[in-house]
Design a protein around this ligand. Structure first.
Ligand code: MN
Length: 390
């Protein structure tokens, strides 16, 4: 499938998804592709760090495939931060003059800066391909993110250009074949529930999310690639994962609380649609360390509400000890509801209670310092949402 040397047909490659945003990102994709070729020319090591979900894994697979001949190191990241501990451990693994760290589907937040600083001091160049919104653009050598276009394009749902999609386009410029590229994009879009108009592969996305949860095995990317090519094994993993999802759904239906709120238009007249607010104590349904995770389980209940109230605006909040997770559908997002903004408000209102938090407009989580804070913030949130005039 791959040539020995990375190909240099970077500039003339047509994108698989073409619109205003992707065309404007193309020069940045080319920068990344060229950066990788330059690194390879000087025979420097490359290190792939990818996020632990279907989107991150598709990103990792795309990059690993085109870099195969350079024997890149790779590691799955268990959070959206590139920590100082990550930096120490990665620096230890590499003995080369100017290695390239490729961060996929995470690492846009300021909580990764300490790690980057140490990496740079150790001689690393850093490339980030991500679609998480940021406040301050990370100071790295290569940065590919749809959010750099925030003030220049009309599109507001920039997170829908997933890391998997962006990475695949860069990998195609380096010779990734189109059939594999399409496959990886479809998994990535499904995994992150992107509304981009393209094929989707919900089943494999679930398989990767499931496997990522039990990821103590070595050579992860090779094993993910193997599962992708082995229909029987993949099907069997899918059946198991799907059973666990259904199990959570059944438990969740017994525990979820659903409220409907009237919405008013800009003149204050009531609209026919109502806002659907789902709230669930996720600790009542999730088994610790088991699949699905808290965040994923909130996603399951969110899908359930979207099926039950088709076309209506839905805000789903899952809470547990130390965590509050948001899911917002497109109609609610268009009304101005945003998980990212909820978290901003929580941080501003309760600065001492928040450990970390962030995410997308339609999916975001916040971690709290003490379990008792959850209740305080939940009642504030309910008040905030029920009294909001949109
Ligand atoms: Mn992602």
């Amino acid at each position: 499938m791959m040539k020995d040397k990375l190909t240099y047909n970077v500039d003339e490659k047509e994108l698989l998804i073409k619109d205003e945003v992707t065309e404007r990102l193309k020069p940045m994709m080319i920068e990344c592709a060229k950066g990788i070729i330059e690194t390879q020319k000087t025979r420097e090591n490359m290190f792939i760090r990818y996020h632990c979900d279907a989107d991150g894994i598709s990103s990792g697979l795309a990059m690993n495939e085109v870099l195969r001949s350079t024997r890149p190191l790779s590691r799955q990241n268990s959070s959206v931060r590139y920590t100082l501990a990550d930096a120490f451990s990665d620096i230890n693994k590499i003995d080369s003059y100017k290695p390239l760290m490729i961060i996929l589907d995470f690492g846009s937040g300021p909580d990764s800066n300490d790690g980057y600083q140490i990496l740079k001091s150790a001689g690393f160049k850093i490339m980030i391909i991500d679609h998480h919104p940021y406040d301050t653009r990370p100071d790295v050598d290569f940065y590919l993110s749809p959010w750099v276009l925030k003030d220049d394009v009309k599109e507001r749902d920039l997170s829908k250009y997933t890391a998997g999609y962006l990475t695949v386009e860069v990998a195609r410029m380096l010779g990734l074949d189109d059939a594999y590229a399409r496959k990886l994009i479809s998994i990535s879009l499904s995994g992150d529930k992107s509304p981009l108009n393209f094929e989707k592969d919900d089943n494999t996305a679930l398989v990767f999310d499931y496997m990522a949860k039990y990821s103590m095995f070595p050579n992860k990317l090779n094993f993910y690639a193997h599962v992708l090519s082995d229909d029987r094994l993949r099907q069997s993993i899918f059946m198991q994962a799907n059973d666990k999802i259904n199990n959570i759904l059944q438990k969740g239906i017994n525990v979820i609380k659903v409220a409907e709120y009237d919405l008013a238009d800009s003149r204050g007249n009531p609209k026919s649609d109502k806002l659907i607010l789902g709230i669930i104590n996720i600790d009542k349904v999730v088994v610790k360390y088991e699949f699905p995770s808290k965040a994923k389980s909130v996603g399951v209940m969110f899908d359930y509400l979207n099926d039950k109230y088709p076309g209506q605006p839905v805000v789903m909040i899952g809470y547990g000890a130390n965590i509050i997770t948001f899911r917002i559908n497109s109609s609610a997002f268009n009304l101005g509801y945003s998980g990212k903004n909820f978290i901003k408000e929580i941080k501003a209102e309760f600065p001492d209670m928040v450990l970390s938090g962030g995410g997308h407009d339609k999916a975001a989580s916040v971690r709290l310092v003490e379990p008792e804070y959850t209740e305080v913030i939940m009642s504030w949130l309910k008040e905030r949402i029920s009294s909001a005039k949109k």
